[in-house]
Design a binder for this molecule. Structure first.
Ligand code: TRP
Length: 323
């Protein structure tokens, strides 16, 4: 099965990115035909400065690779290295009803938050549909927040196939209802835009600040505590074995355990868990030729698939006029 997913290079990856998306992709490369990319064209919609986007893109690619994404077992590339995706976006734009995009929550939410309503932000779901359709993806694992974008991609694929003949695989969304939402330091969903992240590749000092900043209630040390209502417990559980989790839950219920102690232990666990990846990422970022080489090879593999689709689209839409 061909599985595709993309991740935006918006600053440092956090443990929410890892447990909700990256870990799953890294597992999929063993059993599926995995296509994974760094969505730097999507990141442009949040208007980063050029040098920031360039650095974030390299860091995201090195980060994903260091965490275990294997470019020999998967197709891994940077979105903008296969610019046929922007051409397909245009072709698809012409059969995307305005109403379909106007209904998209993610656009409406961003505008409600005060982000300027530009055309890139509005057209974001069409670019995302092009990512998915260009590579003839069968399955797209995404978080609940992206469910509607997948529906848009399916609608566009069906309409194109109807109007121009069978061209695209109609993709299925894979929405893992059981992946618990990873809480951030304030208890809301962990997200860069909420500023509540625990980052994977930051300094120990920064990590300490984030972990120690996890919001807990004011139950005194001696009092029994409810692990199921504690977001510190939920984060700690990601780094514990089943037995360790049970053990910590018992210590919560017994009383006499302070949150500070749990946080100190969590800090060491997060730091040690990602230590080998941190080293590998730094090494990759230092060896520019190696990173460039991996990404170029990945783009070449992706482009091979993309060209087949885009040639078909050019013929069907009459853009390839020469005979
Ligand atoms: N919009 C996705 C997100 O922010 C990232 C993304 C871009 C994506 N293109 C994609 C995900 C194609 C899946 C398939 O999470």
């Amino acid at each position: 099965m061909r599985v595709l997913s993309g991740i935006q290079p918006s600053g440092s990856f956090h443990i929410g990115n890892y447990f909700a998306m990256m870990k799953k992709m890294i597992e999929y490369q063993e059993s599926q035909e995995l296509f994974a990319f760094i969505a730097n064209l999507h990141a442009m919609t949040s208007l980063p400065k050029g040098d920031v986007l360039r650095t974030n893109t390299r860091e995201a690619a090195a980060g994903f690779l260091s965490l275990g994404l294997d470019p020999d077992k998967s197709v891994f590339w940077v979105q903008s290295d296969v610019l046929e995706v922007t051409e397909l976006t245009w072709a698809l734009s012409n059969l995307t009803p305005m109403g379909l995009l106007e209904r998209c929550h993610s656009y409406k939410d961003k505008v409600a938050k005060g982000i300027g309503a530009n055309h890139g932000l509005f057209a974001y779901p069409v670019l995302m549909a092009a990512d998915i359709l260009l590579y003839q993806s069968e399955r797209v694992p995404v978080g609940k927040d992206q469910k509607q974008h997948l529906e848009v991609a399916r609608d566009i694929a069906i309409k194109f196939n109807n109007d121009f003949g069978e061209t695209f695989v109609v993709p299925e969304a894979e929405i893992d209802e059981d992946v618990a939402i990873i809480p951030g330091t304030d208890g809301q969903k962990m997200s860069k835009s909420y500023g509540n992240t625990i980052d994977i590749f930051c300094s120990k000092k920064q990590l300490k600040k984030q972990v120690m900043g996890i919001v807990t209630d004011s139950t005194p040390v001696e009092a029994p505590k409810d692990p199921d209502k504690c977001n510190l417990f939920a984060v700690a559980a990601l780094f514990l074995s089943e037995d360790e989790k049970k053990d910590l839950a018992e210590r919560y219920r017994a009383g006499g355990l302070g949150y500070g102690e749990v946080k100190k232990d969590l800090l060491e666990r997060v730091w040690n868990f990602f230590a080998p990846y941190r080293e590998e990422r730094d090494a990759l970022l230092e060896d520019e030729d190696r990173l460039n080489g991996i990404l170029k090879k990945g783009a070449d593999k992706a482009r091979e698939v993309a060209l087949k689709t885009i040639n078909d689209v050019r013929k069907r839409t009459g853009i390839q006029y020469w005979v």
